[in-house]
Design a protein around this ligand. Structure first.
Ligand code: WT7
Length: 702
């Protein structure tokens, strides 16, 4: 399959509504003999075992990697489509599988190594025995001090510290459903999510180091409580871990009777052991909120048995994790990548998982490589954004350090072939195999990736479906596009799999509408073949079966590998008193991939002044978080609109990215387009560029 002679894929005529793609085929790279010799998955029989004719039984291979207190009776229950159920009748506990079961052989082995951002603070190691003790004691505290019971929800708003996985695993031990909110999100975002999930207890941290500063994290708790209360959810207790036990590093007062320092209370539970709850396979394990196409984030509800089986299996086969590996995923635990591939997958396999508190380039461009060298990390997992950032900060830095990766992962957005090659040659020193893993919060684990010891790597392409996942490309009418045509369509997964969410928390209709309505062949059918999963990403399939992902087809902006709902940002803008209308569009950014550009028009009587721009930026940071900080706020006289009054975000996106605005003559107010263009691009007429597909097609549905 080597493509030493790269040539453009065969181009065929495209009809309206189809997107032609003009990428040339990239040269492919082979995994090294040394990697293959030690890999978990090398037997070509895997393709046969996980072939469609063996579905769904093929996934027993993953379920068998876990310890069950009661074995399942049914692998896949399709009685209530598309609410698929996995391994029903089975019982297990995720905390037991990630901790207790390793004690016999690995109790003295590092489970977690936590690297504080200040370089003069030593890394902290928790052995499996130590993790076991801490999880039990905190579980006892949650049960006996906070009164939490199986099935209740708890919202966790914490940075990258050991106490975060301890809290998650303690919840899992009790069957309490955790909902972790990314530490960088605001108090409001936390409060909204706490209210939606019905959490009465918050787990917090007082502060943490980031970019050389101590962040007062607890300050956001008051806002979280007030927001939750406004949404009708009261918060009884806030359990506050201290970054330095005994030394409170937040300026906000503790509220008597509501806020408690964990380090003060936990002493009462010293040595207490909590029996892991026997959870039904289908009992929810956690919620993870993600942006959708409407303003309100969706609570992605993940199941216990199927999820844990899926992340364990893919961690073993795709991440190639062995118990003796030192594995470092730089994602934040507050995103799904961190849940699946820092906490649950690696710990289930008894690996050593590294957690880094701070900014990758702090205090300098060598920090990441020093950590890798010191801990002898051999599996490294990060995003294109971080890779671009590290490349910009120190393109030759990795060669100064004596670390050796056998395996590297990229995840979160498409990686440009140029950036992939730097990752491979410079970071990986031509030794490490790379997997480009394509998946989503809703999926639990990987959808597409090469099998690291078996498939050639192709820069920019995620690869084929992973074992047991059968993706396809459908056009708008639901016809399958054949491989190698260079026509883009919607990537869909033809079959259910154990890692997929059970539902959107509290909103079954939204689950069906978002992922299944578009392509369901027969709503009355109980045959999974009639229910392809719609991922809402554009993709092309090349002749060799590799999928190349183009980006979101709905109005979600992927900033630094994380989804932000444009609607969510627009709603935030509209809370600013002066703002009448807001439209948010993605702009290409060298580091983050995409960043938001914000267009607002003002209510009558307000002048377009700088203070309003600043107010909007501050509001977005407060309501959503710094990650959503826009490139620019443009105050415009009016928005380009259709005759029915819809804002044409596609036109604004074209202006922000200097692309062709297309035909605007049918707009209600065509003159505004040139006015806005001059405002944004200046007086001289700029030549429209060719841009990436997702920007060219952004907002096209409107
Ligand atoms: C969206 C999901 C779960 C991973 C972290 C982000 C994009 C993800 C890739 C990849 C191209 C990718 C897609 C997807 N995406 N991985 N390897 N190549 N695009 O999770 O926030 O749920 O975002 O990220 O557009 O739909 P998320």
């Amino acid at each position: 399959m080597s493509t030493d002679d790269p040539k453009a894929p065969e181009s065929v005529g495209t009809t309206e509504g189809q997107i032609a793609v003009h990428w040339r085929e990239e040269e492919s790279f082979q995994p090294s003999a040394a990697f293959v010799a030690q890999a978990n998955l090398t037997d070509p029989a895997v393709n046969e075992r996980f072939a469609e004719k063996n579905f769904p039984q093929c996934f027993i291979e993953y379920a068998d990697m876990l310890d069950w207190t009661q074995r399942w009776t049914t692998v896949l229950d399709t009685e209530d489509p598309p609410f698929w159920k996995w391994f029903t009748g089975g019982q297990l506990n995720a905390s037991y599988n990630c901790v207790d079961r390793h004690l016999a052989q690995h109790k003295n082995k590092a489970a977690l190594i936590v690297v504080p951002e200040p370089e003069d603070e030593e890394p902290i190691t928790l052995t499996y025995q130590e993790l076991y003790v801490r999880v039990n004691e905190f579980a006892a505290l949650l049960r006996d001090f906070a009164g939490l019971k199986k099935g209740e929800r708890v919202t966790i708003h914490m940075p990258m510290v050991a106490e975060l996985p301890v809290a998650m695993l303690a919840c899992a031990r009790l069957g309490v459903v955790h909902s972790v909110v990314f530490g960088g999100f605001s108090g409001e975002a936390c409060g909204m999510r706490a209210a939606d999930s019905g959490s009465r207890v918050l787990i917090y941290m007082d502060g943490y180091h980031r970019g050389g500063k101590m962040i007062d994290h607890k300050a956001s708790a008051e806002i979280a409580v007030a927001t939750a209360e406004m949404e009708g959810q009261s918060i009884d207790k806030i359990l506050v871990w201290r970054r330095y036990p005994g030394k409170y590093c937040s300026a906000t007062p503790m509220v008597k009777g509501r806020d408690f320092f964990v380090d003060e209370v936990i002493g009462n539970y010293r040595g207490v052991r909590v029996e892991p709850e026997a959870m039904e396979s289908e009992d929810p394990l956690f919620l993870m909120y993600t942006s959708g196409t409407t303003g309100k984030p969706k609570g992605c509800q993940h199941r216990t048995g199927g999820y844990l089986a899926y992340v364990t299996g893919t961690s073993k086969y795709i991440q190639d994790i062995h118990p003796e590996d030192v594995y470092w995923c730089m994602a934040d635990i507050g995103w799904i990548t961190g849940h699946s591939y820092i906490v649950y997958g690696p710990l289930s396999l008894a690996a050593t998982s590294v957690i880094y508190e701070g900014v990758p380039t702090y205090p300098d461009a060598g920090r990441v490589w020093r950590i890798a060298e010191r801990l002898d990390v051999n599996i490294f997992h990060t995003s294109p954004t971080a890779i671009r950032m590290l490349r910009k900060a120190g393109p030759l830095e990795p060669q100064k350090y004596h670390y050796h990766f056998k395996h590297m992962t990229t995840v979160g957005e498409a990686i440009e072939p140029e950036v992939w090659k730097w990752y491979y040659h410079v970071v990986g020193k031509d030794e490490a195999v790379i997997v480009d893993t394509y998946w989503q919060t809703e999926n639990g684990g990987f959808l597409c990736s090469t099998k690291p010891a078996m498939d050639p790597m192709k820069p920019g392409s995620a690869g084929p479906g992973v074992p047991g996942i059968y993706p396809c490309i459908l056009d708008e009418q639901g016809n399958e596009l054949p491989a190698g045509t260079a026509i883009a369509g919607n990537i869909c997964i033809r079959n259910p799999w154990p890692g997929i969410i059970q539902t959107v928390w509290g909103d079954r209709d939204r689950f069906v509408r978002q992922y299944y309505s578009k392509y369901c062949k027969n709503p009355a059918s109980k045959d999974w073949r009639d229910w392809p999963y719609f991922a809402a990403d554009g993709a092309v399939l090349s002749a060799d079966g590799y999928f190349r992902i183009l980006g979101r087809v709905d109005d979600v902006i992927n900033v630094a590998g994380h989804r932000l709902g444009t609607k969510e940002l627009e709603s935030a803008c509209l809370t600013v008193e002066e703002v009448a209308e807001a439209a948010v569009v993605p702009v290409a950014d060298d580091i983050k991939g995409r960043v938001p550009d914000i267009y607002v028009s003002l209510k009558p009587g307000y002048a377009p002044v700088r203070e309003i721009e600043e107010k909007i930026i501050a509001t977005i940071e407060a309501m959503i978080g710094k990650i959503a900080r826009p490139r620019k706020v443009w105050i415009v006289a009016d928005m380009p609109k259709t005759r029915s009054g819809k804002i044409m975000r596609r036109v604004l996106a074209a202006i922000s990215n200097t692309l062709d605005t297309g035909d605007t003559s049918t707009l209600a107010n065509p003159d505004i387009v040139e006015q806005i263009r001059q405002h944004v691009q200046g007086n001289q007429k700029l030549e429209a560029k060719d841009g990436p597909e997702d920007l060219k097609t952004f907002g096209k549905e409107e």
